[in-house]
Design a protein around this ligand. Structure first.
Ligand code: SF4
Ligand code: SF4
Length: 636
């Protein structure tokens, strides 16, 4: 890597977090491998390799320390007596673990062949060397046991088995010695070759993986990194790989191409020519060609429109499934947003539909492009109080653009207000002073517009008094709760699923029984569930309706499948053949057998409604917001 090419780190590589947290992360994610073990087959396979190799390396170090090989004196704590027998047994079992792990890996790559798992030369080199080294170790041990024939050979069961097999060769003592020398030194040379290859193969993750786990940015779940001093900064997003911060470059290199992110990506599952693994592969390759192997005269690659097609940067819904799946905490979403930031704020070469949504936000203050007078007419009709500067309320209802402007969502917003009135909640709205929270602008890469909108809203919110902000939109919720604090907006924010569950729990809302007989299925919004871990409250609200039949969707809660509307996707023209909401609807109808899908986010409501209409199945399946279902059973 040339000195000129190195980006200047804006922050220390390891974030300033407590040693206790770093130690906890190391133990949980590196030693115990909690994320690796989330999947049974690859988890066990990796555990066998990890435990086997770790024990073999430690055992070899203990063995070598009794010789003055590296220091002029010995550190002899090599086990003797019964401890030696235990040592031999553990080392043998560790070798067996490695062989089993390698065989499982080979079987997975050659027979099971999951579509998301590419096999490259360095996969085979690593597996081949691990197998060969272990095998040579056992053969070497077997020859040694054959020559010495000790009484304790049963404590090296595999070595003893090899010794038994080698007896058939009927070697002379000199022959045994020669063969041992050959096999032993072959074992040593292949072991050293493996060590030497670590920097040039994916075995590098032994170093980069743990380092990335410790160095990852400690943002709130659901929070995107901020461009600080955006008015003055010259670099907006990343157009070249060198423009990413050092930690991001480390994460690109740490990615082992295991494909777990790809296996859960809704864009990939829907057939889009996109996967987070491919994004990471492209960034890692460009990192090497631009920053490691580049000679004089090398021009750095253009990422969007070069390394990646122009469309790829816009296919991610920012659903976060990949973030939860990656065992090494590699984050594909942030670099994708950095690519968008570069395109949106530097080149301006955005897809037409993205440009249209951003223009509407700039001109009208909302992606719908509707005038403020059209915002939430239901609030005025229901006589909801509009909070004036300096006035106070218990609950401030932040309506958001969707519940304000979208015709389908307006009904849900209205029903929520009716429920609050029925429960006697002291609530009010901001009226025309409420601005778009800016989430869509941020996810589409227009960080400047987002920051402008966020700062304006925070100023407005600081001008009134309230105990809690209530929002029914999962995207507003995430932005207000997790992103506004960075700009000085520290508020208590609750989602309508939380407040409705609370009101039912208190007995303030008492829904009647269900008599419709339909089967309902709750769809977890990514921004409510995966990013903010609100899983139980919406289910509790549904469960409060006596006799309501509900089923769970196959992909739910942390493993929930996106509706396809996040990350600004709701505003983009998409290929009808690869629509994520269509895949989700198929799951609702074909797999879960539900008549009605229940949402707790207007984006999900709109996307599912769109899927139902475009597939022409309005007679077979419906979609309702959680507030609508509760209102129907509480205020018939
Ligand atoms: S980003 Fe993580 S999950 Fe995806 S391929 Fe890389 S290491 Fe695997
Ligand atoms: S955030 Fe969701 S859509 Fe985007 S890459 Fe990750 S899994 Fe795919």
């Amino acid at each position: 890597m040339t000195a000129e090419a190195l980006p200047t780190p804006a922050a220390p590589l390891i974030p300033r977090v407590s040693r206790r947290r770093l130690t906890g992360d190391f133990l949980l994610h590196v030693v115990l491998q909690d994320r690796v073990l989330k999947r049974a087959y690859p988890g066990i396979m990796h555990l066998l390799l990890f435990v086997g190799v770790t024990i073999q390396v430690l055992g070899t170090i203990v063995n070598l320390l009794q010789y003055p090989l590296f220091v002029p004196f010995t550190i002899d704590f090599f086990p003797r007596g019964a401890a030696y027998l235990g040592f031999e047994l553990v080392m043998d079992l560790a070798g067996v673990a490695i062989l089993l792990g390698v065989l499982m890996a080979v079987f997975r790559r050659l027979v099971l062949r999951p579509s998301y798992l590419p096999s490259r030369w360095d996969d085979w080199v690593a597996l081949g060397l691990l197998f060969l080294i272990t095998l040579l170790g056992f053969v070497s041990e077997g020859i040694r046991l054959m020559g010495v024939n000790p009484a304790w050979s049963a404590y090296s069961p595999v070595g003893a088995a090899f010794a038994g097999a080698l007896q058939g060769l009927a070697l002379t003592p000199a022959g045994i010695n020669t063969l041992h020398q050959v096999v032993f030194w072959s074992h040593v040379v292949t072991s050293l070759a493996l060590v030497a290859l670590i920097p040039f193969t994916k075995m590098r993750h032994l170093i980069t993986g743990p380092l990335n786990i410790l160095a990852r940015p400690r943002l709130q779940s659901g929070e995107l990194g901020t461009i600080e001093n955006i008015e003055e900064t010259e670099q907006l997003g990343a157009g070249k790989v060198a423009e990413f911060p050092t930690q991001a470059l480390l994460s690109f290199d740490a990615c082992v191409q295991c494909g777990r992110c790809e296996s859960v990506c809704p864009a990939t599952a829907s057939g889009m020519p996109f996967s987070p693994r491919q994004i990471l592969a492209g960034l890692a390759t460009t990192l090497r060609t631009d920053l490691v192997t580049a000679g004089g005269g090398h021009s750095p690659a253009t990422l969007v429109g070069g390394t990646f097609t122009k469309e790829m940067a816009w296919m991610c819904t920012t659903c976060g499934a990949c973030l939860r799946a990656c065992p090494l905490f590699v984050d594909p979403v942030s670099p994708i947003v950095e690519l968008r930031r570069y395109v949106t704020m530097t080149t301006g070469d955005v897809p037409g539909s993205v440009g249209e949504a951003l223009t509407q936000m700039e001109r009208r203050g909302n992606p719908w492009g509707l005038p403020k007078e059209n915002h939430a007419p239901w609030a005025t009709e229901l006589g909801v109080r509009t909070l004036q500067p300096g006035e106070a309320t218990d609950v401030l209802l932040f309506i958001g653009c969707a519940y304000g402007y979208d015709a389908r969502s307006q009904k849900a917003g209205r029903d929520l207000a009716l429920l609050l009135q029925k429960a006697g909640v002291d609530f009010a709205v901001l009226g025309s002073a409420e601005g778009c929270c800016g989430e869509t602008a941020r996810r589409l890469g227009h960080e400047y517009l987002f920051q402008t909108m966020a700062k304006q809203n925070i100023e407005t919110l600081h001008g009134v008094r309230f105990n809690r902000i209530l929002t029914a939109c999962a995207h507003c919720y995430n932005t207000l709760r997790n992103e506004y604090p960075h700009f000085g907006g520290q508020f208590e924010v609750v989602h309508h699923t939380e407040l409705l569950a609370e009101l039912i729990d208190q007995g303030t809302l008492q829904p009647g029984p269900d008599s419709g007989g339909k089967t309902y299925a709750f769809h977890d919004s990514c921004y409510l569930g995966r990013y903010n871990e609100i899983y139980q409250q919406p289910r509790a609200v549904m469960g409060s309706v006596a006799g309501l039949k509900s089923v769970e969707l196959p992909r739910r809660m942390e493993n929930g499948f996106c509706c396809g509307g996040g990350g600004g996707q709701m505003w983009m023209e998409t290929d009808p053949n690869t629509r994520i909401n269509h895949r989700r609807l198929e799951e609702v109808v074909d797999q879960a057998g539900a008549d009605v899908v229940v949402t707790a986010c207007p984006y999900c409501l709109i996307m599912m409604d769109d899927a139902i209409r475009s597939k022409g199945v309005t007679d077979a399946v419906g979609v309702v917001d959680l507030a609508e279902i509760l209102k129907e059973h509480t205020l018939p």
